[in-house]
Design a protein around this ligand. Structure first.
Ligand code: AMP
Length: 215
């Protein structure tokens, strides 16, 4: 199963991707996570990416493409992968097609998780992550029992730099202007499937699995 997960920031892509990894045993390739790791270790790539990320802009395609290709060449991607947060614009989608063609790894499905735009702001501004175990919470929908402490490990909760309100607005603008076009791109290729991303997380997961299992 070779998958592109599409959806606005806050659509729940990352959460569903983690569950899919556990069920299907294929890796999640999140360009956002790879970039945050590069920023955390202070690599040259991370230093370049940080200012774009903090401003809610896309990191240049050349940087992201190299990173994805290197990841796709690793052995664990031979039986499939879930691309999460990549591609983000048409140029990246076209480059991905070329890359996958040369690796003989073409996509099985592009799955879009659809959420009304109004819901995204609360999902994003409310998001908190545990510093120790990375468990995610949302102060509006799924708060931890004690303010700012993880229910699982008591670790401190933090808000991602790019989940601050002004950056979120920019990220959603970038999504509307660039990433939303990919729905049409994959529809034309005949590999687009969609699920409604609001409601119970287990139900959304089941709907996604039904699509995967029919492939
Ligand atoms: P995410 O966690 O996927 O929302 O990504 C967080 C930030 O990382 C984005 O706002 C971008 O600055 C950057 N980023 C992640 N994926 C990409 C990508 N495919 N192309 C360019 N920038 C990206």
């Amino acid at each position: 199963m070779r998958v592109v997960l599409l959806g606005a920031p806050g659509s729940g892509k990352g959460t569903q991707a983690k569950r899919l990894v556990a069920k299907y045993g294929i890796p999640q390739i999140s360009t956002g996570d790879l970039l945050r790791e590069a920023v955390a270790v202070g690599s040259a790539l991370g230093k370049e990416a940080k200012s774009y990320m903090d401003g809610g802009d896309l990191v240049p395609d050349s940087t992201v493409l190299g990173m994805v290709e290197e990841r796709l060449r690793q052995d664990d991607c031979k039986s499939g992968y879930i691309l999460d947060g990549f591609p983000r614009n048409t140029a990246q989608a076209e480059a991905l097609d070329r890359m996958l063609g040369s690796l003989s790894m073409s996509l099985t499905v592009a799955l879009s998780i659809d959420i009304p735009f109004e819901d995204l702001m609360k999902r994003l501004t409310g998001r908190r992550t545990c510093k120790s175990c990375e468990q995610m919470y949302n102060v509006y929908f799924t708060p931890s029992q004690k303010e700012n402490a993880c229910d699982k490990c008591s670790g401190e909760l933090f808000q991602r730099d790019d989940d601050k309100e002004e950056t979120i607005k920019k990220r959603l603008d970038v999504y509307s202007a660039q990433t939303a076009l990919l729905i049409g791109y994959y529809h034309k290729k005949g590999i687009l499937k969609s699920v409604v991303g609001t409601g119970n997380i287990d139900d959304i997961f089941k709907n996604i699995c039904d699509i995967f299992d029919s492939k």
